[in-house]
Design a protein. Structure first.
Length: 289
């Protein structure tokens, strides 16, 4: 597995990540690993010391080899948010901007919102899973359902945050997350996010609990970041240009780097579902009462 270290990750936190991602037999510890000698070194206890960049190995507490497997859970695929969104979607954007008035990560405020965008915490394209997990019943937002994506309530402000525009794609790709169990601290899982790593999600201005983003949704998003970028190598096989070329407004279907892979085909299905989302909601609203 891999993890980008900004100099703030502590061993006790790293141990919690490993526990969430692995299946082992018996008690274990993390040991330093000498690549040149091909042998383990000193153990690294779960404490407040900073994890240093390097190579490490998982062994039994006595330093003997043990069987280690990865959890079967896969990261939830997520397609980039489109700029050509329908007018009806503006309801949730207007409500979220009115609640936040700034980027909840950096605190940036702009008079015209030209540098701010509204992002979903749990992606709306996975609304079936959203319903299966019972999230509609956990939304306490009292707004009319027409402003919350229909009966699913997936467009509630409790599933939204306002971000600086250049952070939106990174959020959608789970390149950083918010940990509610650590004071809403921002943890970046990939390089290029040093300016936000270690910041805190700014929520103090939201006094009404029915408008506040749900901790459970933020925790789920954080876990997706671990699954996407820590479980396995954590390196993307597609460039941003590949994704934009394939799933942007042009929808280029001739790129073999994407369309010849099972992940690419799955993402294409999600893209279609996302673009048909509002049509499905309108059909529900026009159905029998």
């Amino acid at each position: 597995s891999g993890f980008w270290q900004y100099g703030s990750l502590q061993w006790d936190e790293f141990y919690r990540y490993i526990i969430a991602l692995t299946v082992t037999e018996g008690t274990w510890s993390i040991f330093r690993y000498d690549l040149a000698q091909r042998q383990p070194g000193a153990s690294c206890p779960s404490d407040a010391q900073i994890v240093q960049p390097g190579h490490y190995v998982l062994l039994s507490s006595t330093g003997r080899p043990i069987r280690v497997g990865l959890v079967a859970t896969r990261p939830r695929p997520r397609n980039p948010t489109h700029s050509n969104t329908p007018v009806r979607e503006s309801h949730y954007r207007i409500r979220c901007r009115a609640r936040d008035g700034k980027c909840l990560i950096t605190g940036l405020q702009t008079q015209t919102y030209s540098r701010l965008t509204v992002a979903h915490i749990f992606p709306r394209v996975h609304d079936v899973e959203w319903v299966r997990r019972g999230y509609p019943s956990k939304i306490t937002d009292a707004a009319d359902e027409v402003y919350m994506g229909g009966r699913s309530k997936i467009d509630s402000v409790q599933n939204l945050i306002t971000l600086r525009s250049d952070l939106h794609d990174a959020w959608d790709n789970y390149e950083f997350g918010v940990n509610p169990n650590d004071g809403y601290r921002i943890t970046a899982f990939t390089n290029g996010n040093a300016d936000i790593n270690g910041l805190r999600l700014q929520l103090n201005h939201i006094q009404d609990p029915t408008l506040r983003p749900l901790d459970e949704l933020l925790t789920d998003h954080f876990m997706q970041g671990l699954l996407s970028h820590m479980k396995g190598a954590g390196e993307a096989t597609w460039t941003y240009e590949d994704r934009d070329d394939a799933f942007g407004e042009g929808s280029n279907l001739s790129n073999p780097r994407i369309w010849e892979t099972s992940d690419g085909k799955e993402l294409f299905e999600l893209t279609l579902a996302d673009r048909l989302f509002d049509h499905r909601i309108s059909q529900q609203e026009s159905g029998p009462l």
